[in-house]
Design a protein around this ligand. Sequence first.
Ligand code: ATP
Ligand code: MG
Ligand code: MG
Ligand code: MG
Length: 566
Amino acid sequence: MRLSQYLLPTLRETPADAEIISHQLMLRAGMIRRLAAGLYSWLPLGLRVVQRVEQIVREEMNAAGAQEVLMPVVQPAELWEESGRWDNFGPELLRIKDRHERDFALGPTHEEVITDLIRGEVRSYRQLPLNLYQIQTKFRDEIRPRFGVMRAREFVMKDGYSFEADEASLDRTYEAMFEAYRRIFLRLGLDFRPVRARTGAIGGSVSHEFHVLADSGEDEIAFCTSCGYAANVELAEAAAPETERPAPAEDLRTVDTPGAYTIAAVSAMLDVPADRTVKTLFAEGRHGPVALILRGDHELNEDKAAAHPALGGECHFLDSHRIRQLAGAEPGSVGPVGLDAEKVAVLADREAAVLADFVCGANRPDQHLMGVNWDVNLPEPQAADLRMVVKGDPCPQCRTPMDTTRGIEVGHIFKLGAKYSESLGATYLDADGREQPMLMGCYGIGISRIVAAAIEQNHDQGGIRWPQAIAPFDIALIAINKKKSQRVADAAEALYGELRQAGYEVLYDDRDERPGIQFNDADLIGIPHRLVVGEKGLDRGMYEYKSRAEQDAQDAPVDGILDFLR
Ligand code: ATP
Ligand code: MG
Ligand code: MG
Ligand code: MG
């Protein structure tokens, strides 16, 4: 590519409204331009990087047995009503009407659409498992779009969905996807970490996120250097020291974690296998004070818990609004409330029974963090507490003090189970001719976010330093003062041809700019290798070579340049 003909509008100044380095550098390097809040155009250089990331993801997904499809961005409301998410997804779902006043949404994710497709096509266990993915533009009306393409409203995602006949099959696919993700992020050349995660609006039970480690990351990760345990701290999974009382109410930093996780965490903390039901735990008296975490829409949580194989329908939920009302809290107030035994007696049997077993934490439906502690005069606390992990907390697996770090969520995989196949009626006939709901997994990667995350990890004073695998070009070729020297112009032209012939992607700076500007631009856009053609070097039969990762340039022989580059 000849730079004189290329749309590469580099900027010398740092744009004032760009807060993090990747956003600044993507604007300065002429990779993206803003259209409106959270909406960006990709310019040629930026799009090349996107396509490189896509290619690696595609290759690994195909190698892992997934098949590429492409589904519509616009999705009919009826499907979202069937799954229950038309009402539950909230304002991130951008709703639109067509000319006939029919409701549609711009797809923030595609569980409904793919489940609709598969329910119409798959009848028998013989057709399962199936693993399908697409690479496509998603729209989420983010409350606070920021950091450029890192948290955009329109962004590119790889979303994959698997359909399985049984748990064992789902486990296998989940494992395969976990491994494929590991390979993808290794190939991308990024420093990453898989962590346990909660399932959010997508739903399901087990899930892992893949994080690119960076100080600017919006998520905090707790990890154990001893046994390798790692979790997003929003998962709220922590073991308190054996002898300590649980944290006072103000410090009980709970989050709106789905019930399934609450229980998994409880099991882990009590050192019992995760498949024990809550009932068993309490029947054996092996519970300590535990924060039971609720969400406003606790019906949704009950569904999730019921679908969770480890819970066996034994998970109880309390209506946090009702409890707060009973405790005399101001409507709409937040913060701790107290509930004594008298008030507990007013509750219905089931609720009272649950309360008697827990010191409770609750949460507001608007998803802000808060903790609530009900004092129901339980016996002395024992081992467990459930709160946000902080640095130094003991690891739930091995009790080594944990460390924390910041990360950017670039991938997220979930075991969905039967959540969508049941609500949408995606069933198959098993070997005995019985109708069964398919089990599902879903697997997302933030393609465009990865581009920004890669820059967060790979930059210096001069600009971007692309990892080789996703660099927009392999070689930046600069001709110095070619307007004044026909010899330089000819040599650069010949080298450009030779490099391309050899299969390199070359960005040839054939502009009549000052060398300082040419060098600065090459550093800014971060191409891994730089070759300079100048009079002085040619006198000695040399080009000048510099790696973007190194400080000093070196001679590279005109004759045998291809061997030199290899
Ligand atoms: P986040 O917690 O950052 O909002 P999410 O958990 O809502 O992300 P998922 O539903 O797990 O996102 O979507 C899969 C992937 O899509 C994420 O891991 C992330 O890499 C990417 N992604 C999600 N939201 C955005 C966004 N607003 N802009 C760019 N990429 C995004
Ligand atoms: Mg989100
Ligand atoms: Mg997330
Ligand atoms: Mg996620």
